[in-house]
Design a protein around this ligand. Structure first.
Ligand SMILES: *Cc1c(COP(=O)(O)O)cnc(C)c1O
Length: 498
C-alpha cells in the first residue's frame, strides 16, 4: 500500500512546501517561519497494541506518520541507533508515582535531561535526510542553548561524519554542572562558545545567522550549510510526541487507567517544544485532556494563557530552573499559526509585532481555541518548597524544572479539585542541578563542593550517580572561548575559515 506523503509548510507564507526530510535539513523556513505539517496524522494502532510494544516500536508507529518520505528501513535504523544502551534503562522513559502524580522520567539518556529524547535521534534523521536529498555540503549545526540542549546536541553530533556543531550558551546563565558538561565535550567537530548576553541574545544571534542570505552563499561556496538542532526543528518535535503516546500506553498497560480514560499532562516549559509535542499527541487521538503549561518566574506563557497577550517586555530573571529562563518561546509560533486557522498572514503579523514591539495580542476567536491549555507558574520559594515537600513525604527527589511543574500541578489540584490522573514531565535528573536541589532539601548543604553534593544526593535519594556525572568529575576543559553577543557571527566565520 502506498502511503500518503505528509507535506510541511512554513508558518509565515503559503509558498514554501517541503517534505519531512527537507524540513529536517532546513530547520527554519527561508521566510523565518517554522515548518508545520499540513495536518496532524491520527494514530493507526490501537492502545492495546501500543501497550505491548517497546519504546522503539512505539517510536516507529508515531514517527512514520510524520516522516512519510523516510523508508521503513531508514526510520527503523535511526530509531535503533538512538534508543539503545546510551539510556540507562530499557524502558527509556520510565514512570514513577509519587504524591498522587505520575512522573514521566525523561532523563535517562546520555546527558540526563529530556533533550536527549530527541537529540539522540536527530543526528541520524539529519544525515539520512542529507543523503535522501543529495546534499554534498558539510552540515554545520548552529545552536543556542539555555544549558541542556547544548550538551545533548554536542553528545548527539560528536564525531558524526559530515557534520560540525557550534554551540552558543549564556556564560553566566547555566548551572556549573551544565557548563562543565559542555566545555569538556570531546569530538573534533565540536565547538562551544560562551556569550556575554543571556539565552534570548544567543537565540536571536543564531536566528540572525540562519536568516543571513549572504552568509549562506559564502558558506555554500566553501561547501557548508547550516542546519538547526534547536527545538524549532521538526526533527526535534516529532520524537517528543513519541513519549506522550508511550506514557499513556504504559499507564494503560499497568492498569493505572481504564480504556479511553482522559489524563492531564503538566509540562515545565521554556521554548514550548515539549508541551507542543503533548498537544500533537492529543491531536493524534491519545486521550489527553488538560495540558498544563508550567513556567518559572519568567512567566510570559502564564500571562499569555491568562490574557491572550504575549509580552516579552519585562525583566529577564535568572532562576534555579535555567533551561526555562526564556522570554521568547519559539515553538509557540506553531500553536499561534494553528489557532489562526493556519493563516500564515495572521501569524506573520503577530510575529512581526513580537519582533518590533516585543508583544502581540491574539483575537478572541483564537483564544477560544486554546481550551486544551492552562498556564501556571511557580516562583523560586515555591519551587524549593516543592522539592523539599516531595522528598520529605515520599523520599523521591526531583530537579528544579520538574519541581516547577509539580508545584503548578499541586496548586491546580488544590484550586480545581480536578482528580484527573496526571503525568508530570520530569525533564532533568536532580544530579544535573544538584546544588539547587540539595539546598532546597536542607540549607546545611550550602558549604559542600559540587561533587560532595553529588555523593550526598546519591545517599539521600538511594540512587546511583549517573554515568554522565561520573564522567565529568575528572574531565579536562577543552573549550574556553567567550565572545560578546555582537561577535557571534565572527566566531562562526573563524571556525569555518570563511
Ligand atoms: C529545555 C528544558 C525545558 C523546557 O522545554 P521546552 O521544550 O523548551 O519548553 C524544561 N526542563 C528542562 C530540564 C529542559 O532542559
Amino acid at each position: 500500500m502506498k502511503k500518503m506523503n505528509l507535506i510541511y509548510k512554513s508558518t509565515r507564507s503559503n509558498n514554501e512546501t517541503v517534505t519531512a526530510s527537507e524540513a529536517i535539513l532546513k530547520g527554519l523556513a527561508d521566510d523565518g517561519g517554522l515548518f508545520v505539517p499540513t495536518s496532524i496524522p491520527k494514530l493507526e494502532k490501537s492502545m492495546e497494541k501500543l501497550a505491548n510494544m517497546s519504546y522503539a516500536e512505539v517510536a516507529y508507529e508515531v514517527m512514520r506518520l510524520f516522516l512519510t518520505d523516510f523508508t521503513e528501513e531508514e526510520l527503523k535504523s535511526c530509531i535503533d541507533k538512538a534508543y539503545d544502551s546510551k539510556f540507562d534503562t530499557e524502558e527509556i522513559a520510565p514512570i514513577v508515582k509519587a504524591n498522587g502524580a505520575y512522573y514521566l522520567e525523561l532523563f535517562h539518556g546520555a546527558t540526563i535531561a529530556f533533550k536527549d529524547m530527541a537529540l539522540s535521534i536527530l543526528p541520524h534523521l539529519l544525515t539520512t535526510s542529507a543523503k535522501k536529498n543529495n546534499v554534498k555540503n558539510e552540515i554545520v549545526i548552529l545552536t543556542a542553548t539555555s544549558g541542556d540542549t547544548g550538551k545533548a546536541a554536542l553528545a548527539g553530533f560528536a564525531d558524526v561524519e559530515g557534520t560540525k556543531i557550534i554551540v552558543f550558551y549564556p556564560k553566566h546563565g547555566v548551572s556549573p554542572i551544565q557548563e562543565k558538561q559542555m566545555v569538556t565535550q570531546k569530538g573534533d567537530n565540536t565547538y562551544v562558545i560562551g556569550i556575554t548576553g543571556n539565552f534570548d541574545d544567543a537565540q536571536t544571534g543564531v536566528k540572525n545567522m540562519f536568516n543571513d542570505k549572504e552568509l549562506a552563499k559564502t558558506m555554500n561556496d566553501k561547501g557548508y550549510q547550516f542546519s538547526s538542532a534547536n527545538s524549532i526543528n521538526i526533527g526535534r518535535l516529532v520524537p517528543q510526541v513519541v513519549y506522550y503516546v508511550y506514557a499513556y500506553s504504559r499507564l494503560y498497560k499497568n492498569g493505572e487507567i481504564a480504556k479511553g480514560e482522559k489524563i492531564n499532562a503538566v509540562v515545565p516549559t521554556g521554548n514550548f517544544g515539549n508541551i507542543l509535542a503533548a498537544y500533537y499527541a492529543k491531536l493524534m487521538g491519545v486521550p489527553y485532556d488538560k495540558l498544563i503549561c508550567a513556567s518559572n518566574d519568567n512567566k510570559v506563557l502564564y500571562d499569555f494563557f491568562e490574557t491572550g497577550v504575549y509580552d516579552r517586555n519585562r525583566e529577564f530573571i535568572l532562576t534555579s530552573s535555567p533551561s526555562m529562563d526564556i522570554l521568547i518561546s519559539s515553538n509557540l509560533e506553531r500553536l499561534i499559526y494553528k489557532i489562526a486557522d493556519n493563516s500564515a498572514e495572521m501569524n506573520s503579523n503577530l510575529m512581526n509585532g513580537l519582533k518590533t514591539e516585543g508583544n502581540y495580542k491574539i483575537t478572541d476567536n483564537m483564544r477560544g481555541q486554546l481550551d486544551s491549555f492552562l498556564g501556571g507558574y511557580a516562583d523560586e520559594a515555591k519551587t524549593k518548597q516543592t522539592i523539599r515537600d516531595i522528598y520529605e513525604q515520599t523520599g523521591y527527589v526531583i530537579d528544579t524544572h520538574t519541581a516547577v511543574a509539580a508545584s503548578v500541578y499541586h496548586d491546580y489540584v488544590a484550586s480545581t479539585k480536578d482528580e484527573t490522573k496526571s503525568i508530570i514531565a520530569s525533564t532533568a535528573s536532580p544530579y544535573k542541578f544538584t546544588r539547587s536541589v540539595m539546598n532546597a532539601i536542607d540549607e546545611k548543604y550550602d558549604s559542600m563542593t559540587d561533587f560532595e553534593l553529588v555523593d550526598e544526593l546519591s545517599k539521600l535519594s538511594n540512587t546511583e550517580v549517573p554515568q554522565a556525572i561520573e564522567e565529568i568529575r575528572s574531565a579536562k576543559v577543552l573549550h574556553d572561548t567567550v565572545c560578546e553577543t555582537e561577535k557571534m557571527k565572527d566566531s562562526v566565520e573563524k571556525i569555518l575559515g570563511i
